[in-house]
Each structure stands twice: as C-alpha cells, then as structure tokens.
Ligand binder design. Structure first.
Ligand code: SF4
Length: 577
C-alpha cells in the first residue's frame, strides 16, 4: 500500500465501522512500515475520523456565526433532546452521534447540518424532531435530505456574464491545437487571471513555472477545500458547472505537460462526489481525458478525486499536498513553491475551483472579451457568496468594481452595520466604507461577504471567529498556536466585562507577532479582523472598556490557562529583532 492511499484507506474503515478500530491501525501501520503512533497522529489531525465507536448516523451541526444568529443553540438542544445524546461526546448510542463542526458551505441555508454527509438545511426544532423520527423508522437518508443547491441570485447583463452563461462541453478545449501551449498561456496572462482562492497570485506565472520545470513528473491539483466560513461559491461552480472546472484543469495540463490531476474535495461536499465522477467519466468517453486527448499525440491526462477529512488548514496549498501524500495536513515551511517541489517532490500547480473555471472561460471567450469587463487591474467577473442579514442570500456573479453598497442593495440587506469580507481571515468594514469597490485597486475579496445588522453583537461575531481559529490552528508553530488561544481569551474577557485598555493594546501586539512570525496564512491572517474591528468600531470597544472599569480588578481565570502576557510578548518581540 502506498502512503498516498492513507486517507482513502482511513475513509474505508471510517465508513465501514463508523470509526477506525485498533486492528485497522495495526494493519495500515504494518503495510506502510510505520509506527502505529504515526497513523494515530494522522487520524487525530482530521475532524471526521473517529477513534471511538459512533452511532449509525453521525450528525455534524455547523457552529458558524451565521448559524449562531439563526438559531444554532435551539437546534443543538433539539438534536440532544430528540436523540438523547450529547454533542461532542461518544455516548455509545447505537443510532446517533452528535458533533459540532465548522462552516459546511451552507451559510445561505442556516441552521444546517450534515447527517452521514447528507445536507439538512433551514433547520427548526420541529424539523429536527421529524428528521430523527424518520431515521428511527429506517427511512432512507437520501430521501429525506435536502437539496444543497444554492440560489444564483444575480448575474450581470447577458454580455457581461462569464461564469453562469451557457455551457457546452468541450467549448474551451476546441482552442487546444498541437503546439499552441504558448499562445494559450499568453491569453491567460493577457486576461490577468489571478488565483481566486484569496491569494491572487498570477496564474500565468504559476503555470509558466511548472511548464518550465525540468521535473519528470508534473501534477495539476484543483483545490476544492473551500473552508473559509461564509464561503460557498466554489460549491456553486462544482454543482452547476463541474465541466467548466475540469476543462480548466485540462488546459493547465496541456500547457504545463502534466499527466495527472487531483481534485481535493472537502468531505463537507461529499454529496458532490458522484456528480464529479460522472463528469470525469463523460469527459473520458468524449476523449477529453485519457490518452492522446483531442487526437494530440502524447497529450495524456487523467483526474482522480481525493476526499479531505475535515481540516480548514488543508485549504492552504502545501497543507493540501501533505494531506494528499497521506500526512497530517500541516503547511510546509515556505522553502519552495509547489511548482518547484510539490506533490511527492514534483512540479505541481495548485489552483482553486474558480480559477480553473475562469481559465476555461478565458480560453473559450478570448482575453479581449474578458478585458472589456471589470476594472483596470481586475478583469472580468467574480463570484461572491453572500449570507447573513440579507433577504436574498446566495451566489452573486459581479463585475469587478461593484461597490459594497450595490451588493447590499442587491441582496436586500437590513440595517447593515458590520460587514465581513473574505471570511474571518479577511477584513471587516463599517458603514463609512460601504462606498468601497470590490477589486484589486480597493477592496479585494476572496469570495464571501457576511452581512451583520446593527442588532448583532460584535463581540459574539469575534468570539466565534477567534474560537474557530483556535480550533483550526494546526499547532505546528507557536505564534499561531498560542496567539489564537490568547486572542480568544481576550474576547472572553471583554465579553465578561473584565477588560482594560491594556487588553485592546495586547490584541494588536499579538496580532502583529502572529502576522510576522506564523508559518502559514492561517496564523498570519487570523488576527486581522480582530485588530481592524478594534479600530473601526473603536466607540464600541471603548465603551466596553469604560463599562469594565468597576470590574477590571477581578481575577480572570482563563479556563485554567495561565499566560504571562508580558513575558510572551517580549520574548516574541526579541525573537523578531
Ligand atoms: Fe499551523 Fe497556524 Fe503555524 Fe499555519 S500558522 S503552520 S496553521 S500553527
């Protein structure tokens, strides 16, 4: 057995037994010739692998902030009441096990849960009661699950719509001709395509680096591990236009000379697996995948789908590669780009779902057409998922340069006050910034906008975000591991009314330490929102501090965690010098 098969082998045990038993670990360790502890280490990294028996139905209830504001607590209580189980514990119930989980990509339909990875949306206590009754009566789960389709609420005029226009299989692939790799790459460059996962790195530069590599093997990886809370736009593409994404991968393979591709699909989107497999089969039957594609000699490319197992950090490209190789999804130290040393040491392109879909449209429609849309630096359109206090949550394909105000109007936001751009690792804006435009020149956005009205507690939003990062930090480096813990505790202090202005200062000091010295984007960006919120909503925070004055001498038991903040901050600051 190859190490790269580890995750899929673990999934086989997880699916068969509901957990991974001791003998499975012994068997895998023996086959891989590694210690059992090594396998335990991998299992413990992923939220969806269990070491203790679970019930027939594993229920994962999303605890994102959108879910919290839509009744998470009531739904949690309803599941516990109806099943007799307790969340996040293994209580030996043969039928049910309950767990909380981070965002499952259904923010437009919250509260939502996955039951054996089937989606159940718009939950109410009554609906929970009915679901549990049906499961107890052995009704087929497929027949009672909800359709996960998200509504495409807005596209620009017909001429300006790029993604959600008519799609005919093979339309972009027609442009592939023997030896025209340079021309295709030039078109990608001309349309200024940048990575749509949030990093906005030049796609042409990335593909060119892989093309130029002398490495004997090359890989194309589609990052379908869309884990940023509030984001579900890649799901919309995979669900509605899977062929567009696959065509983008085929074009990348042709340009770079790659023979193998992977789609790393987050387990939360397991319900899309069949559709993706069917699309790959259709492409193979039509001669768009396999050997001598389009009749071009030695143009061979195949795509395999690998399932993640619940780890937000695997959205980071080197963590994703580690996971594909069968390891804990810990991001690598940035010594090489994946195009230099990626999957199994080979030259590898990792791009996000939307990037491949856009590449496909660029080749189909031509860069001149794409360049007529958008702004000077951001060409074409962008897909945004909008959720929160809006009457029309869902998917919006917008021209780059659209303002927040326009989006609030389109989505029918009610009393917007605090807007979160690009998920918790992005930035927050207040109502003095609603004129800002989504584009590289102004406000860059990876794909999600969460709208919160003036009746929502900012502390509750930030408590949810800091808790999320504390849980999702892989723990490999100290600034992120300790920093996220401390930031969460700072928010709890503010919430409990025992903070001082020193706490607000320390939030910023810790944020800077994390930005400068964390190994990967998770740690580098985790404090951004909190630091910005302290500045942008300073009246709110100052009021919190003022009303804390009477209590500020109260001893704060930080859930038994004892930190000497001054010592840690000074040590880290010295290390940075
Ligand atoms: Fe892990 Fe956080 Fe360090 Fe990234 S920054 S490697 S998530 S501990």
């Amino acid at each position: 057995m190859k190490r790269t098969r580890l995750l899929s082998r673990l999934w086989e045990f997880q699916n068969k037994y509901g957990y991974i038993p001791n003998n499975a670990i012994s068997e895998i360790a023996q086959k891989l010739r590694v210690s059992k502890i090594e396998i335990e280490g991998v299992i413990s990294f992923y939220h969806f692998f269990h070491r203790k028996p679970t019930g027939k139905y594993i229920i994962y209830l999303n605890n994102s902030i959108i879910s919290e504001f839509n009744g998470f607590a009531d739904i949690k209580a309803a599941f516990e009441k109806e099943t007799g189980c307790t969340f996040n514990s293994y209580d030996n119930n043969p039928l049910f096990s309950l767990f909380e989980t981070s965002c499952i990509g259904l923010s437009d339909q919250e509260p939502a849960a996955l039951i054996n990875f089937y989606p159940f949306t718009h939950l109410t206590p009554e609906k929970v009661k009915s679901i549990i009754e049906k499961l107890r009566n052995y009704e087929a789960i497929e027949s009672i699950a909800n359709n996960p389709t998200c509504k495409i609420q807005y596209t620009p005029t017909e001429e300006k719509t790029i993604f959600f226009r008519n799609y005919t299989i093979g339309n972009s692939l027609k442009k592939i001709k023997p030896n025209n790799q340079n021309k295709l790459l030039a078109n990608i460059e001309k349309a200024k395509l940048e990575g749509r996962g949030g990093a906005f790195f030049s796609t042409a530069a990335k593909w060119n680096a892989c093309k130029a590599s002398k490495n004997t093997k090359k890989y194309i990886i589609c990052n379908a591990d869309e884990g940023e809370p509030g984001t579900f736009k890649d799901k919309a593409l995979l669900n509605n236009y899977p062929g567009l994404v696959i065509e983008g991968m085929i074009i990348a393979a042709f340009i770079t000379g790659s023979k193998n591709g992977f789609i790393y699909l987050r387990a939360e989107y397991k319900y899309l697996l069949k559709k993706l497999e069917n699309t790959i089969n259709e492409f193979t039957e039509k001669g768009f995948l396999g050997k001598n594609i389009l009749g071009i000699d030695a143009f061979n490319f195949k795509i395999k789908i690998e399932l993640g197992a619940g780890a937000y950090v695997c959205g980071a490209e080197t963590a994703l590669i580690e996971s594909l190789e069968g390891f804990r999804g810990e991001p690598r130290i940035r010594k090489y780009f994946p195009t230099e040393n990626g999957y199994l040491g080979h030259s590898t392109v990792v791009n996000n779902v939307e990037t491949f879909a856009m590449a496909s449209r660029i080749i189909e429609l031509g860069p001149n057409f794409i360049n007529t849309i958008g702004t000077k630096q951001s060409k074409g359109t962008k897909i945004i998922s909008i959720a929160g206090d809006v009457a029309k949550p869902g998917i919006y394909e917008i021209e780059w340069g659209t303002s927040i105000q326009q989006l609030l109007h389109l989505s029918q936001a009610t009393a917007p006050h605090y807007i979160q751009i690009s998920g918790p690792s992005g930035e927050c804006i207040n109502n003095s910034e609603f004129h800002r435009k989504i584009c590289e020149e102004d406000l860059i956005c990876g794909g999600s906008i969460m709208v919160f009205n003036k009746f929502r507690s900012i502390i509750q939003i930030l408590e949810n975000f800091t808790k999320f990062f504390k849980i999702e930090s892989c723990g490999a480096c100290t600034p992120c591991r300790a920093g996220n813990q401390i930031l969460h505790e700072k928010i709890l202090k503010i919430k409990r009314g025992i903070c001082t202005s020193k706490d607000l200062e320390e939030i910023k000091q810790w944020g800077k330490i994390m930005q400068y010295s964390s190994r990967c984007g998770l740690g580098q960006y985790a404090a951004n929102t909190l630091m910005m919120a302290v500045d942008k909503f300073n009246d709110y925070f100052n009021l919190k501090v003022e009303t804390c004055t009477d209590n500020c001498n109260v001893e704060f038991d930080m859930q038994n965690a004892v930190y000497d903040y001054d010592l840690i901050i000074n040590t880290q600051a010295n290390n940075l010098q």
